[in-house]
Design a protein. Structure first.
Lengths: 481, 688
């Protein structure tokens, strides 16, 4: 088979990406030929995303668990990639619903850029090749910078610049690491046998350090320490539906790439990841303790949650990363639900300042109950799906600790549990304010939003339902291994 | 159903009723309790009557209960003739009372409590009746006492009711102390608690100190009789019963007239094989004396319910005397007839009191003959039974007891003659106070006596005939059911119940021959009468007639004096005071109590000294030391545990603040931090 033939052959296999590609083109055209304020780009976006998800579903039967190599190893299409793409599509739908329900007047560019992010995620999720990974990561990142800066406020611009600088630094470090890898192995496909063989001839110390540098770019994407400094500012200033999308979808793509690196098993990444986890948990939890802004709090919480999700990548003898995927699936309703909650609180209370939320849950009982459920699942307590997620990652960590020598992983386990306990404090503070405290001033205004309340209740119902019947997720997730 | 399941079904419906009614407290369903309770007691009557109809003979059901000594004490249900008739009696009266209370108590807010207690009482009374050994009987004996306490103090906000309840409880405890001692003495003598063993076992042979076995047995029976004295209100422990009338009238009818107070008589029937001649003499003299003294007291009471209470004490004296003489059949017979007519009288009194808006003073009544003719008819029939007029059940039972007493007295013709003489005197007194009561309550106060007698007799006979006819024809024809319904609808609850009980007090319920007790089915069941004195009815009849005349005149005189506020004669005043104060027995007890418990030479002083100086002091020391320990623990908690937790907390807080301070927007600082962190991590990785 000639190279050209393989390219044609491969091109028939990436139908969802073609959908996105033409959707982006259509959206650009719609943007170019409509006046500002027209809703056409949004409709194109909705149509594209729905078509994308539909094409994912119909192409699901052709995708195998082991996967197939496309474009001579540039892409690697398997069920895991499909799972992440599905999650990304769902997140995009939730983003759209969120934006519509709270009547955000988003400029048309936001939809196009979001499609670009989705495009990048789509490719990043199905690659084991550093080149594709770098390109798609940059596609996500550049679109994200623009998204963050798309607001007209000074804060948006500042956050965007900050995001750009950190992203550029992380990319530089990653590129440096990739170039070192290429120098060592003359290969950019880390899943290939040649890559592992040539690295095995080198001492483990430098390989670990280089791996860490390469990981840096993705740690930046998943908002793990020490590449986390952009998080609070970006989370606080970006409009809520956008950050809701950005807090989940690129993260999921970052995790799948890291999990592929872990699964390639060319070296043991446990210690590297353990360091990152410890740092992320400390930074995320302790900085969140005295946050008064709810979105900033969610930002720090995202750092800590990344630490927890990474816990699932710590592997023992078998390179099983089931815990991470399980956590990711549950993380979608948790994080996007909490941003939805944040917007709901802002429309009802007028502010995201936690002390001024006092009494909101008494005034709007459904809001109080839903916020309690969502926050409890952020903590990871029963009866919510958050508990199952934490249970799965910690039990896989315990398995890994049992098979590994030394006590480092046991220490990590204890440290992780300890941090989960600390997180109880700052997560439950908003709920406490809303439900237990009396409102400071008697506000007589009472507005009743049926759809918003319904969607919010849907989030919390999902979280409770998945706790009671986790078979749905576990079947879905275990289908990809 | 076999007897076992019948009996258990019977017991459990009352217990479940009790629990259910109590659980209804403060709900809207409170009003329904009366009806549900009526259903329960009707079910109970039906179940028990199946036990009566299919006579299973003597059944003894044994279950393991307590291990005592070598052989365990069993939980025994003894079902023999005595049990069966008592089971039926208790539940029939309970059913009547239930029906009556449905109306009487309907406006009371605690009506569910009342019916709950009533059901608990019936449950415990049935348990007492079924008990096959003394310990078990003692258990239910206490339980009925407790129910009586609850029901006397039912209106707990009323001070007198509370005091009466406590008095009844305390007096019963005194009796129970004797009772328990008697139980254990009997166990010492026979080595068993079982009633069915006492009949055929003899005293264990061993060396008894001071007293021989027979004397010890007399003593044991005497001690048991101590319990009977309290429960059945015999001299000198009868003081609680008149006060117990503070409870609701239906409860008085059921508990303090018909069923609970005869538990003592029932017990004497159970242990009748054990009663020695000496003990029997003691018992019968006590009973006879009680009946005279109580009858005398009844003669001077103004309170309608108190008259009835003293009359109950007096009749109980009859029964106890009969038991003492060994005439179990007559005694149980009188128990049965008394239960019906006394319950009837009490319920009549309840109807009257309800009609007069809680007025109980007989001197202020009168003229009720026109206003409540049906109740008057019932009252008259029951009174006739109480006096012992022919054609009534009371005549048969009383005659048989008096006859037995005269046989008992004349056979030896020594001091035993005291018993029949006293009992005859008591029956004379009975007539006196009954006539006084009827005249005071019902008769018109202005009309001539002849007219009253004619009028009332005519009315009574008419009413009674009508009701009996109606009921009799209803039995034969299917259309009679409508007539019964019509009858009941016209009569109202009070009238129906009192007439029903009056009907049960008539002779044909017990014997085919209205003038001679020989044919009574009781005597077929429990052993017959040996001989009858023909002169006795004449003697009693003469006494009744004379008492009727004397009492009628003196009552009119009394009413006249009451209206004109004339003082009584000197002797009369003396008697009246004596009777009203129960022969100063209350005062005696009170003084005794003061002497023993609060006086200068009180025996309680050393006891209280020991209590305060030693036991209390020790308890206080213990408390103080535990307080000290608690303080120590508190200090430890505060200074060590809390302080470390708080310190840790503060540490975390400052750490969090430091990390947060990092994110204040200075991008150069961020980048420096990033590079430093990276370098540090690379360094750590290389070291690892």
């Amino acid at each position: 088979m000639s190279v050209l033939q393989e390219i044609f052959q491969s091109s028939t296999r990436i139908l969802p990406e073609w959908v996105l590609f033409f959707g982006i083109l259509a959206a650009c055209l719609a943007l170019a030929f409509t006046k500002e304020g027209y809703k056409l780009p949004a409709y194109v976006f909705a149509f594209t995303v729905i078509l994308y998800v539909y094409s994912l579903i119909i192409s699901a039967s052709q995708v195998t668990v082991q996967g197939e190599s496309l474009y001579q190893g540039l892409l690697h299409l398997d069920k895991r990639a499909l799972l992440i793409k599905q999650l990304g599509g769902i997140a995009a739908i939730v983003f759209l619903v969120h934006a519509r329900l709270f009547s955000y007047k988003l400029p048309g560019e936001v939809y196009v850029l979001t499609l670009f992010v989705l495009f990048g995620i789509s490719f990043l999720s199905m690659t084991t090749h550093f080149l594709t990974a770098y390109v798609s990561l940059e596609l996500i990142s550049l679109a994200s910078y623009a998204l963050v800066a798309s607001g007209k406020m000074k804060e948006n611009f500042e956050a965007g610049i900050k995001y750009l600088i950190f992203g550029a630094t992380a990319s530089a470090i990653m590129l440096f690491g990739i170039s070192l890898f290429y120098g060592l192995s003359h290969s950019l496909d880390f899943s290939s046998a040649a890559f592992a063989e040539s690295l095995a001839r080198n001492p483990t110390g430098p390989v670990q350090v280089i791996s860490f540098m390469v990981l840096g770019g993705f740690l930046f994407k998943i908002a793990a320490a020490p590449f986390h400094h952009w998080v609070p500012d970006v989370y606080e200033s970006t409009s809520t539906p956008v950050i809701s999308f950005l807090s989940f979808a690129p993260k999921a793509a970052g995790f799948i790439f890291i999990s592929r690196m872990v699964a390639a098993d060319y070296t043991n990444l446990n210690y590297t990841l353990a360091l990152v986890i410890v740092l992320s948990l400390v930074v995320g939890n302790f900085a969140a303790l005295w946050q008064n802004n709810f979105k900033r709090l969610l930002g720090y919480s995202g750092i800590a949650q990344s630490g927890f999700i990474l816990t699932g990548l710590i592997t023992g003898n078998n390179t099983d990363v089931y815990g991470t995927f399980f956590y990711l699936v549950i993380y979608l309703p948790i994080t996007m639900g909490s941003f939805f909650l944040a917007d709901f609180i802002r429309t009802k209370g007028g502010t995201l300042d936690i002390p001024s939320m006092a009494g909101l849950g008494k005034k709007y009982p459904l809001l109080g109950v839903n916020s309690l459920v969502i926050l409890i699942s952020l903590v990871g307590l029963p009866p919510t799906a958050g508990f199952l997620a934490k249970l799965v990652v910690f039990s896989s960590l315990a398995d890994a600790a049992a098979t590994s020598s030394g006590y480092l992983l046991y220490g990590l386990l204890v440290f992780g549990l300890f941090n989960a306990a600390i997180s109880l404090y700052y997560y439950l503070r908003p709920a406490y304010m809303m439900i237990i405290r009396d409102p400071a001033a008697k506000n007589t205004g009472f507005s009743y939003d049926l759809f918003i309340t319904l969607i919010l209740s849907w989030f919390s119902f999902t979280l409770i339902y998945l706790f009671v019947k986790p078979d749905f997720i576990s079947e879905w997730v275990s289908g990809v291994f | 159903m076999n007897p076992e399941s019948l009996v258990f079904f019977n017991l459990q419906i009352y217990l479940l009723g009790f629990i259910f009614f109590l659980s209804l407290n403060n709900t809207v369903f409170v009003k329904t309790t009366g009806a549900i309770s009526l259903v329960i007691s009707t079910l109970g009557v039906i179940v028990t009557s199946s036990l009566l109809v299919n006579n299973p003979g003597t059944v003894i059901l044994t279950y393991d209960w307590l291990p005592v000594g070598d052989e365990p004490v069993h939980f025994i249900l003894l079902i023999n003739a005595q049990t069966r008739f008592m089971l039926f009696l208790v539940q029939v009266i309970a059913c009547f009372v239930n029906l009556f209370s449905m109306k009487y108590m309907s406006d009371d807010p605690g009506v569910n409590r009342f019916f709950a207690y009533l059901n608990l009482f019936v449950f415990s009374m049935l348990g007492l009746v079924l008990a096959g050994n003394l310990l078990q009987l003692y258990f239910f004996w206490e339980l009925v006492g407790f129910c009586s306490y609850l029901l006397i103090g039912f209106w707990y906000a009323k001070k007198t009711a509370n005091a009466a309840a406590i008095k009844a409880f305390l007096v019963n405890r005194i009796g129970d102390a004797f009772f328990l001692a008697g139980i254990f003495l009997l166990y010492y003598l026979y080595g068993t608690f079982r009633f069915d063993d006492y009949a055929h076992l003899s005293v264990i042979e061993r060396n008894y100190i001071y007293l021989d076995a027979g004397q010890l047995q007399t003593l044991a029976v005497g001690l048991l009789f101590g319990g009977v004295m309290a429960k059945s209100a015999q001299l000198p422990l009868q003081v609680w019963l008149p006060d117990a009338m503070e409870g609701p009238t239906p409860a008085s009818a059921l508990i303090h007239a018909a069923t609970m107070v005869v538990a003592g008589v029932f017990l004497l029937g159970r242990i009748s094989p054990l009663i020695t001649a000496d003990a029997g003499l003691f018992i019968s003299i006590t009973g006879a004396l009680t009946s005279v003294i109580a009858g005398f007291s009844a003669l001077y009471q103004y309170d309608l319910k108190k008259v009835l209470a003293f009359s109950t004490v007096s009749q109980l004296g009859f029964m106890v005397a009969g038991m003492g003489m060994g005439e179990m059949a007559s005694s149980l017979f009188h128990l049965t007839t008394h239960a019906f007519f006394k319950a009837g009288l009490f319920l009549c009194a309840g109807a009257i009191i309800s009609y007069l808006h809680h007025e109980q003073d007989m001197r202020k009544m009168g003229d009720l003959i026109r206003k409540m003719p049906t109740v008057f008819a019932a009252f008259l029939i029951c009174s006739g039974a109480l006096i012992g007029l022919p054609l009534s059940g009371g005549y048969l039972s009383k005659e048989s007891i008096l006859n037995a007493a005269w046989i008992y007295g004349l056979r030896s013709a020594d001091y035993k003659l005291v018993v029949p003489v006293l009992l005859t005197l008591a029956s004379f007194l009975t007539t006196c106070y009954v006539v006084r009561m009827v005249v005071m309550v019902f008769f018109q106060r202005e009309d001539s006596p002849v007219e009253i007698i004619l009028d009332t007799t005519k009315k009574t006979v008419d009413g009674a005939l009508k009701s009996i006819k109606g009921l009799l024809t209803a039995d034969n024809k299917g259309s009679g059911e409508d007539r019964i319904i019509q009858f009941i609808r016209n009569l109202g609850v009070f009238d129906t119940v009192t007439l029903g009980l009056a009907f049960c007090s008539l002779w044909f319920f017990y014997s085919s021959n209205p003038l001679h007790p020989e044919d009574t089915w009781f005597f077929r069941e429990f052993g017959g009468i040996h001989e009858m004195y023909d002169w006795l009815p004449w003697l009693v009849g003469f006494l009744i007639l004379s008492a009727l005349l004397i009492s009628y005149n003196s009552t009119l005189e009394e009413i006249r004096r009451y209206y004109f506020k004339q003082p009584e004669g000197r002797w009369q005043r003396w008697f009246s005071r004596l009777a009203l104060r129960q022969f100063y027995m209350d005062n005696l007890y009170e003084r005794l109590y003061r002497k023993v418990f609060t006086g200068r030479w009180s025996i309680l002083k050393p006891v209280s000294y020991i209590e305060t100086a030693w036991i209390d002091a020790a308890v206080v020391k213990l408390g103080k030391s535990s307080l000290y320990l608690a303080k120590m623990a508190g200090t430890l908690e505060k200074e060590v545990v809390d302080a470390s937790v708080m310190g840790f907390f503060a540490g975390i807080k400052s750490l969090g603040n430091k990390i947060r301070k990092w994110g204040n927007g200075n991008i150069q600082l961020y980048l420096t931090g990033l590079i430093i962190a990276l370098a540090a991590m690379v360094f750590i990785l290389i070291i690892l």
